[in-house]
Design a protein around this ligand. Sequence first.
Ligand SMILES: [Zn+2]
Length: 284
Amino acid sequence: MKWRNRRVSGNIEDRRASGRKSSRKVGGISAIIITLAAMYFGVDPGIIFSLLENTGGQSSSVQQSTYRPSAEQQQLAEFTGVVLADTEDTWNMLFQQQGIRYQEPKLVLFTNTVRSACGHAEAAMGPFYCPGDHKVYIDLGFYQQLKTEHNAPGDFAQAYVVAHEVGHHVQNLLGISTKVNKAQQRMSKTEANQLSVMLELQADCFAGLWAHHTQKAKQILEQGDVEEALNAASQIGDDRLQKQARGYASPESFTHGTSRQRVQWFKKGFAEGTMQGCHTFLSL
Ligand SMILES: [Zn+2]
């Protein structure tokens, strides 16, 4: 992906210097969190946050004075800022077409742990969006995990992650997430999970919209880019993650969609470029 010497978003909040190192040993609650971390992208934050809040009493040390990002880290931060700027351009335009104003989200870079309006979060949970403060949170170490643990290398795969999280912000602005959350309270767990899948697939489709419009406006794609994003979408499907984690997959517990579905919806957004095309709620 061509990203150098392009506009970097002014909405990056760099909190890496105040990242706290937790001295807790891995085990108990942390083990649960790490298991949950397998389910990247919009794991219901409420559940994890409440788990984390209950662990209490962690001794922390602020690293402020010693923090110096490496050149590579700085590059990743700049890259993330460029992708965020692309999402701003895309969504400002798409909202304008509908006669509404897009409120740009902030993107918080953090190290290890972070506090959000949704509670306390750890890097192991993966990137997430907090509707309470309109912010996307990402520990840049996740890009490395994407490559080594999920076999999804490439800058376009990383960009897809950011665009997916911004997709959740769009759903929040449009009132879609609130509607879904309300409906879920009146449902069985299995039905509620199905709605979560639709929400996630729509965020994948919205990531496809980002790719479509950014390519159209700025010709950013290089050979193999789209394949990188499709591969990432496929590697983090619920079916594949569950099989990896425990040897089998149980569809009723899916919250993000299968590999095939995730690829399909990203592709659809990318090919069509319209919000109307991302009607995951009608099609499942
Ligand atoms: Zn998500």
